[in-house]
Ligand binder design. Sequence first.
Ligand code: HEM
Length: 395
Amino acid sequence: MDVVDLARTQFAVTGSLHFLFVVLTLGLAPLVAIMHTRYAIGGNPLHERMTRFWGQIYVINYALGIVTGLVMEFQFGLSWSGLSHYAGDVFGAPLAMETLLAFFLESTFLGLWIFGWHRLPRALHVACIWLVTLTAYASALFIMVANSFLQNPAGSAEVGGRLVLRDFGALFTNPTLVFALPHVLSAGLWAGGFVVMGASAYHLFRRTPEREFFIRSLRIGVLTAFVGSLFTVGFGYAQFGPVGSVQPDKFHGAVPGTALGLMITIGQLVQFAVMFVLTPLLIRDVLARSRWLHPLLMVMTPLPFVAAIAGWIVREVGRQPWLVYGKLSVADALTPGLTRADVTASFAGFAGVLGLLALVDYVLIARAVRRGPGRVVLGAADLPVTAEPAPAHAL
Ligand code: HEM
C-alpha cells in the first residue's frame, strides 16, 4: 500500500468507527426526548424510569463518541493539509459549525440535562434534552453539508488556485445533500430503534422482573425501526437520481456483492422483516410473548450499523480518485512530505484508540443494559454518598 492508500484507509477506518457512535446518538436522542416529554406531561413514573435508563445509554455513547470526533478533526490537519489549502475557505466553515454545535452546544445542553434532574424546573429540563436533540441533528446537517461539498463542490469557484465560496445557499441545496441527510437521519432512527429492541428482547428472554418496562420499550424500538426503515429505504432509492446526475460513474457495477449491494440487501431484507413480520406480531401482542423470537431480535441489532458503514463506503469509494469531486485529487490533497512510516504510526495510534473506545462503549452499554433500570445512576434522587470525610492529617 502506498502512502496515499494508507492515509485513505486510516480515514476510512477511523471514520467508520466514529460513525458507529454518531448513528446511535442520532437515533437515541429523539427517543429519550419523547420519553422525557411524556413523563413531563403525564407524570407516569414508568416514563421517568424509561427516560433515565435509555438516557444513560445515550450519555455513555455520547461521552465516548465525542472523543472519536476529535480524532477525525485532527486528521484533516495531519494528513490532508492539501484539502485545507485548496478548499478550506469553503469546507472549513460547515466543519467548524459542526464542531461548535456538537462539541460546545450539545455538550452544554447535555450537561444541563444530566445535572438538572431534581434541580431544574420540569419544562426547562425537558427543553434541555430537546436542545440536545436539535444540536445533534444540526451538527449532522453541517457535517453532511461539508461531505456533500466534497461530493459536488456546489456554490464555489476557483480563484488563484483555491476554492472560494460564491453562494452559501447552494451548499444547502446541493443535490448530493438533499436526500442523503434524511437517509442518514432515518438510518440513525433505525439503529436507535434496534438497540432499544435488542436490549428489551434480552430482558424479556431472561425473564427479568421488569417485564412491563421492557414490553413497552420493545414496542418503542420496533415502531421506531418501522418508521426509520421506511424513510431510510425511501430516501436511499431517492439518492440515485441526484447523486448520479453529478457523479455519473458512481453506481456502475452496483450489483449485489459489492458494498452497495450489501447495504441494499441488508436494508431491504431487514425492512421487510420489520414491516411484515415484527410490526404485525407487535400489534397482535405476540412479539413480547414469543420468547423464541427474542434471541433473533438480539442478533439483528447490529445490522443497521453494518448497513450504515457499507453506505459510507459506497459514498466515499464511489468518489475516487477525487477528494473534491472533479477539482482536487486525493493524492494532491495529501500533506506534502508525509512518509509511509508517519502514516503507519498515526494509523496504528488512531485505530487503536478508536477501536478501544468502541470496545469500551460496547462493554459499558452492555453492562448498563444488563443491570437494568433498577441500577441507573442518571437522575437518581437517592445517590449513595461515597466520599468519606477527609482524615484530619490530610487537611
Ligand atoms: C434499500 C435500501 C437502501 C438503499 C437503496 C440505499 C441507497 C444508498 C445510496 C445510493 C447511497 C450512496 C449515496 C452517495 O453515494 O452519495 C447510500 C449511502 C448511505 N446509506 Fe444507504 N441505502 C439503503 C439502506 C441503508 C441502510 C439500511 C442504512 C443504515 C441503516 C443506510 C445507510 C447509509 C449511509 C450512512 C450512507 C452514507 C451517507 C449517504 O450517502 O446518505 N442505507 N445509500
